[in-house]
Design a protein around this ligand. Structure first.
Ligand code: A2P
Length: 339
């Protein structure tokens, strides 16, 4: 199988390379693309140095294109990749809300991927991480209302965001004033309740993505969701405090047991031993950590919990590769015959 990464030099691109190293996909050839800025540089895959090429305007001769170079690149070029016969798994928000484009987290709605027409969208990172924990609870108890507060790492803004955290923190530690280019305000020693553009309803686009995408993935337009998305000065891994109002009452013990048997989840919930989800422990992990599972003090029979999931992995690269693996395992993704 020939796999291509568009945006290979970015934060998600780097993780795609690492995840693909251990993937069950039968990869014979990996093609790496980025902007002209990185053309000719090399990246290592399975001990081989691969040269990064300029992303072509036209088709890419690959079976799968994993796109992570931003919405405008995907919007402009994905149709040509599809026309050339590739399956496009797109990390951007360009196609997520199109009716004909499945939005997929394999543990939750993998079968939706089978209905693709050439493009499958990878969800927003915050949503992907949340639904891994919330979907099993939704299936068992019926989520009626969901209130989410996020603590999002700088990796969500790509390599530039992660660099800005380190460089500006370095400045502060050396007695200088921190600046801001990627973020709306200096990120060191700060929290910023502003991710993506403000909408007419006072919520940010990032917050509305959680609303729109959670509904689409869970296949439930009646779900009431409210989100406050906040950027914090961590490198990677998004954390989220989630409150669930349920149709059928749940107990923390039952939810703990349910999640312990759910794919993609690691229950980390022993507060007496100081065990709970945190970026420091969740970073680099494939599973989403879930803990602080407790009875809601507001909603009868409702549940409060805390999740931490690696934004670059389950929130991006890992989920994209898992979609391809899911289709391959179902016999729905095959290598083209090349002569
Ligand atoms: P480059 O490194 O050459 O700029 P991140 O999200 O970490 O900022 O990464 C964005 C990725 O998308 C990088 O690999 C970047 O390549 C790539 N990219 C940005 N703009 C374009 C473009 N116009 N065409 C192709 N790739 C692009």
């Amino acid at each position: 199988m020939r796999v291509a990464i568009v945006g290979a030099t970015g934060a998600v691109g780097h993780e795609l390379l690492k995840v693909l190293e251990h993937s069950s996909l039968p990869i014979d050839e990996l093609l790496l693309f980025a902007s002209p800025r990185s053309a000719g540089s090399t990246l290592t895959f399975r001990d081989q140095a691969l040269t990064v090429q300029v992303t072509p305007e036209g088709p890419i001769d690959a079976d799968v294109v994993l796109a992570s170079a931003g919405g405008s690149v995907s919007k402009a070029l994905a149709p040509a990749w599809v026309a050339g016969g590739a399956l496009v798994i797109d990390n951007s928000s360009a196609f997520r809300y199109d009716a004909g484009v499945p939005l997929v987290v394999p543990e939750v709605n993998g079968d939706a991927a089978l209905a693709h027409q050439g493009i499958i969208a990878n969800p927003n990172c915050t949503t992907a991480i949340a639904v891994v924990a919330v979907a099993p609870i939704h299936r068992a108890y019926g989520v009626r209302r969901m209130i989410v507060s996020t603590y999002q790492a700088t990796s969500g803004a790509g390599a530039k965001g992660m660099d800005e955290l380190l460089n500006e923190t370095h400045k502060v530690l050396h007695g200088k004033e921190a600046g801001a280019e990627v973020f709306a305000h200096p990120i060191p020693f700060n929290v910023i309740p502003h991710i993506d553009a403000f909408q007419d309803n006072g919520y940010t686009k990032e917050e509305m993505k959680v609303v729109w995408e959670t509904r689409k993935i869970l296949g439930d337009d009646t779900l009431q969701i409210s989100c406050t998305a906040v950027r914090i000065p961590t490198q990677r891994t998004h954390s989220e405090a989630i409150t669930l109002d349920l149709e059928r009452p749940a107990t923390p013990a039952a939810v703990r047991e349910l999640l312990a048997g759910s794919a993609g989840v690691e229950v980390r919930d022993a507060p007496e031993d100081k065990l709970y989800p945190m970026p420091l422990t969740a970073s680099g992990k494939y599973d989403v950590e879930v803990g602080r599972i407790r009875e809601s003090l507001v909603f009868d029979g409702g549940i409060d919990l805390f999740v931490a999931g690696d934004q670059l992995l389950k929130g991006a690269a890992l989920n994209a590769v898992q979609i391809a693996e899911y289709l391959h395992a179902k016999g729905a993704l095959k290598a083209k015959v090349r002569v």
